[in-house]
Each structure stands twice: as structure tokens, then as C-alpha cells.
Design a protein around this ligand. Structure first.
Ligand code: PLP
Length: 398
């Protein structure tokens, strides 16, 4: 016998992966320039030169230094460098002992969930949400409870989160800048959420943690700022990744931050180490730990994403589509032209537009357009979006 749950997970079709696979086949069939593939969140901006330089320098070191094991939680020098960088940026006083290196945000979140819950506990997610949250929560034996974001702008709806909290709530996962909506949560809403969580903690007599999933922290536009959540709510665990900011998704490198001010911080850190051990997420890739040590303050170049965002948002708005103006990340959230987002995404596919229906993210009636693509894809796609709009306008006449 094998584990049926795992079998089902392995066999379950993922709309995003299926669309991506379809895109590869379709490009081979009709030419890459004729397919407008907005399916994946793979950064289109290359990793900064500093990353390449650091990797090349490191490769000259003795093999043991860069290919050997580090301690399970990561090399102390790497964790100190990250702590010092956070302290410079956010005025905090973290040390290596507050950080656990991981294979990206996926591992960071999974570790935090496993560190906090016992079977039957509840974790709240804000819909629309990154689909893997549910998989990780349920795999830990916990219950995934959805609280909807505000329907007009997809900002936090603190009342909805408040209504979803029960005695079994162990944590709330927030993701800002947000995948899939591009929303960035302002400080005032985070303060309101923090106050609400404190009230609930008092009522139930135990800590409720905020898990801040932040792979897009640096990908923001204009005057947008991303508040540093641990300074607003003490019981915050930060899940960070260099997948997007340094365009290194395939290198699998990130961290968990357990701030010392968090409730039972040293126990939580020990549980993070234990969850890392239980899940097999120990000793993140050594070479890339050291690359991060050298590149800890390297800036993220968002100019190409900003240009794409402007061209896509303006182009779609002119055609009459209703979109949420993205403040960060590299996704545009657009209302489908019919209530059934899957049917709409299928219709878009017939115009060679590969966009992800919102059902994948736990809500209906919208689509996600990932604009981390070459600019030519955006420019080439707008006539196809115009045709798609005309098709729906014609349907409405009959
Ligand atoms: N969280 C969100 C919101 C994401 O969009 C992603 C990846 O796209 C992840 C987590 C996982 O990131 P990583 O590749 O660093 O594991």
C-alpha cells in the first residue's frame, strides 16, 4: 500500500502547471512568438551580476567549504550577515540565532506551520491565496480556514479574519506584496489586524502567530512601501526567499525569521529547527547560502517589471477590462468577462492567451496574469486581449 493522500496530491492536476505545460507544447507547435504565456511566476529579470561574481569567487574555494554540509539551520556567518542586514534596514536587533536557512519560501512556510500546529488546529489564509498553503496546512494535520480579502481592492478585511478566528486558531498567513492580486498591505491595516489578534490572544489565552510570507518584499512600484510586520505585531514569523528578489527560484534559498520578541521565541525557534529536521529541510544549499552572505544587500532591479506592469495595466484598462492596479509583485488581477473564470481562461486560450483562473486561488470570477515576461509578450498580447473582449461583446448582443 502507498499513502493515498500523497498519491492524490501527486496526481492532482495543478491549473498553473497544466497551463505552463500546454504553453510549452503550443509554442513548439505555432512558434513561441505567437503564444502569450502569463502562467508562471518565474522571474524574467536575470539574477544580478553580483550573484554570478559571488558564485564564481566561491567556486574557487576548497570544495569542502562550499559543497560540504553546514549546520542544519545554516552557516552561522550567513545567518549573522542576514541579521545585520535586517538590523540596518529595519532598526531591529536580530542575531544569527533568530534565523533558520531554508530551501525557499515554500520550505519556510511549511516549517512554520509544522512548528506551530498540532492536529485539528486551524490556520487562517486570506483568499485569494497561494494554493500550496492549503496543501502544507493539511499535511501538518491542521485545518485551512479561508477569510476573504475585501472584494473591491483585495486588501485585508480584518473583520473577516476576526470572524474566522476560533479557539483553535494558531496562525494567520499573510502575503504582501500579494500573489495573485499585487496588493501591498498598508501599515494602518496591519496595525488594525495586530490589535485584533492581541484581543483574540487575550480572549483565548494563547498566542496567535502571524506568518508573513514575503518573497516579493522588494518588488514594489512607485512610492509603495512594505511595512516590516514584526515591528507592528510581536508574534510574527517571517518567511523570506531570494527566489524573486534575486531571481534565484531554482537555487532554492530563503529563511525563517523568529524575532526574539515573539511569544516563547526560543521554543518556537527550537520547534522550527525540529520541523526542519522532521521535514528533511536541513542544511539549505551551501553554495547559495554563501552567495547570499556576499549579496545580502544587493538591490532588486524592478524597472522591467514596472514597465511591464504599466504597459499591461494601461493597455487592458483602455480595452475596458477591470483590473486591480498592482502595487507590488508581478501579477495582475483581472475580472473575468463571465462568472466562470475557468471558462473565460479557456476562451482566452483560444486567442493564445495563457492566464490562470482564480479558482486556483480560492475565489471565483477573476484571472491572474503573471507579467514577469519579456516585454514583447505584453505588446503582442494586447491585440489578442482586444479580440477576446470583442468576442464577449458580440456574445452579449445575442
Ligand atoms: N509564497 C508565494 C506567495 C509565492 O508566490 C511563492 C512562489 O511563487 C512561494 C511562496 C514559494 O516561493 P519559493 O520559490 O521561494 O519556495
Amino acid at each position: 500500500m502507498i499513502n493515498q493522500r500523497m498519491y492524490d496530491l501527486g496526481n492532482e492536476p495543478s491549473a498553473i502547471r497544466e497551463l505552463f505545460a500546454y504553453g510549452i507544447a503550443r509554442k513548439a507547435e505555432i512558434g513561441a512568438e505567437n503564444v502569450f504565456d502569463f502562467s508562471l511566476g518565474n522571474p524574467s529579470v536575470p539574477a544580478p551580476d553580483d550573484v554570478k561574481r559571488a558564485a564564481l569567487e566561491l567556486l574557487e574555494l576548497p570544495a569542502q567549504n562550499i559543497h560540504g554540509y553546514t549546520p542544519a539551520q545554516g552557516a552561522p556567518g550567513v545567518r549573522s550577515a542576514i541579521a545585520a542586514s535586517l538590523n540596518r534596514r529595519f532598526g531591529t536587533a536580530y542575531s544569527a540565532d533568530n534565523l533558520y536557512m531554508t530551501v525557499g519560501a515554500a520550505a519556510s512556510i511549511s516549517i512554520c506551520i509544522n512548528a506551530l500546529v498540532t492536529p485539528g488546529d486551524e490556520i487562517i489564509v486570506v483568499a485569494p491565496y497561494f494554493p500550496e498553503y492549503r496543501v502544507w496546512i493539511e499535511n501538518a494535520g491542521a485545518v485551512c480556514v479561508e477569510a476573504c480579502a475585501r472584494p473591491d481592492n483585495f486588501q485585508l478585511d480584518v473583520e473577516a479574519i476576526d470572524a474566522a478566528i476560533t479557539e483553535r486558531t494558531k496562525a494567520v498567513i499573510i502575503n504582501s506584496p500579494n500573489n495573485p492580486t499585487g496588493a501591498v498591505y498598508p501599515e494602518c491595516d496591519l496595525v488594525e489586524l495586530a490589535n485584533e489578534l492581541r484581543r483574540k490572544q487575550d480572549e483565548y489565552g494563547h498566542a496567535i502567530y502571524l506568518i508573513a510570507d514575503e518573497p516579493y518584499r522588494e518588488i514594489i512600484y512607485g512610492k509603495t512601501t512594505v511595512p516590516f510586520v514584526p515591528t507592528l505585531f510581536e508574534n510574527t514569523l517571517v518567511c523570506y526567499s531570494y527566489s524573486k528578489s534575486l531571481s534565484l527560484p531554482g537555487e532554492r534559498i530563503g529563511y525563517v525569521l523568529v524575532p526574539p520578541a515573539a511569544n516563547r521565541a526560543s521554543d518556537v525557534y527550537a520547534a522550527v529547527c525540529g520541523a526542519g529536521r522532521a521535514l528533511g529541510y536541513v542544511c539549505a544549499p551551501t553554495l547559495f547560502q554563501h552567495v547570499i552572505e556576499k549579496c545580502v544587500d544587493v538591490a532588486c532591479d524592478v524597472e522591467a517589471y514596472r514597465e511591464n506592469r504599466d504597459a499591461l495595466y494601461d493597455g487592458l484598462a483602455k480595452l475596458g477590462y477591470e483590473c486591480v492596479a498592482p502595487q507590488g509583485a508581478f501579477y495582475l488581477w483581472m475580472r473575468a468577462l463571465e462568472p466562470d473564470a475557468r471558462a473565460f481562461a479557456e476562451a482566452a486560450k483560444r486567442h493564445e492567451l495563457l492566464i490562470v483562473p482564480s479558482d486556483s486561488f480560492g475565489v471565483e470570477g477573476w484571472v491572474r496574469i503573471g507579467y514577469c515576461v519579456d516585454r514583447s509578450v505584453i505588446d503582442g498580447s494586447l491585440p489578442a486581449f482586444a479580440d477576446l473582449m470583442r468576442e464577449y461583446q458580440k456574445k452579449a448582443l445575442f
